[in-house]
Ligand binder design. Structure first.
Ligand SMILES: [Zn+2]
Length: 303
């Protein structure tokens, strides 16, 4: 669980949203600014005083010419503030999505389906990925209507709370929240938690298996090599059979070698009998079939 990313995503549900320097929650403001996850905003005009009243911020200039902010409450009076306290930032979603797309290796052009709310991120392998920032009541119908058109898409929501809302809807999409699968560290660096993604999305994040063609030739190649071997063997057999027949013919008592069985062919070529059977009956092994038939035709052997 990562507080920094969760804080950003939680604020990003509201529009417009701000972080203020006086908040209890301390964030690595500068680092987040450098990553463009936060953009500095002008200081607020009103803030609340320690008692919770609405107080206006006044600026007074000291002798050094510096502007000093004061909180000015109608009931509690003036109070000096420091500049850091009244700093203000807005969280920005696009740089977070860019990091997600880049680190997760999602390909394609990011496209807003519903501006500011729903994005098509691109594809990874066969899956399309979409991002849903929030599911507010007035946007709900529009979002669900879009989702109906892409039941195969993987939905990534910002917060876990949005994910739970999405999962309560009648949609078929596989869904996860960015809050669960990513983090931003104290250095402002975005990281994906691949083991957690693998648990949820399985095969989608495993590396593609590329079999080596050199080590194991494709099945058809192996099969073709067997056909060639059997063809050579049968040619040799026919040559021997013809010579044997001609030699015995001189004694006017012509003798033919017994025709080979598939079992014998298998033994001679060091193959299984089933391989021999499949090769001889293969539609493309015309020569082999011709030689096989010839070996079983005594008249043909002499031709
Ligand atoms: Zn007050």
């Amino acid at each position: 669980m990562n507080k920094i990313l969760r804080n950003l995503l939680t604020r990003l549900v509201i529009d417009p949203s701000y972080f203020y320097g006086w908040e209890q929650e301390q964030m690595p403001w500068k680092k987040l600014e450098m990553q463009d996850f936060l953009i500095p905003k002008p200081p607020p005009v009103f803030i609340s005083c320690k008692s919770g009243h609405s107080a206006e911020i006044h600026w007074l200039t000291n002798k050094q010419g510096e502007n000093i902010p004061y909180r000015c409450c109608a009931e509690c009076g003036y109070e000096l503030m420091n500049l850091q306290e009244i700093r203000c930032w807005s969280p920005v979603l696009e740089p977070i999505l860019k990091q997600l797309v880049q680190k997760f290796e999602i390909r394609g052009v990011m496209q807003a389906v519903i501006p500011n709310v729903f994005w098509k991120l691109g594809r990874k392998k066969t899956k399309e990925f979409v991002y849903i920032r929030r599911l507010l009541p007035d946007e709900r119908e529009m979002i669900l209507k879009e989702l109906m058109t892409m039941p195969q898409a993987v939905v990534i929501t910002g917060t876990k709370a949005t994910l739970q809302k999405i999962q309560q809807e009648k949609i078929e999409n596989l869904s996860i929240s960015l809050e669960e699968i990513a983090e931003i560290n104290e250095q402002g660096e975005f990281h994906l938690n691949f083991p957690i993604i693998a648990d949820i999305l399985g095969d989608l994040v495993k590396p593609v298996y590329k079999p080596s063609r050199l080590k194991t030739p494709p099945k058809r190649d192996q099969f073709a090599a067997k056909i060639e071997k059997l063809t050579r063997e049968l040619k040799q057999y026919l040559k021997n059979a013809r010579e044997h027949a001609l030699a015995t013919a001189k004694n006017s008592n012509i003798q033919f070698l017994p025709p080979p069985t598939m079992e014998e062919l298998a033994k001679w070529t060091n193959m299984s009998k089933s391989s021999v059977y499949r090769c001889i009956n293969d539609k493309e092994a015309n020569t082999l079939k011709f030689l096989w038939d010839k070996a079983h035709d005594t008249k043909a052997i002499l031709q």
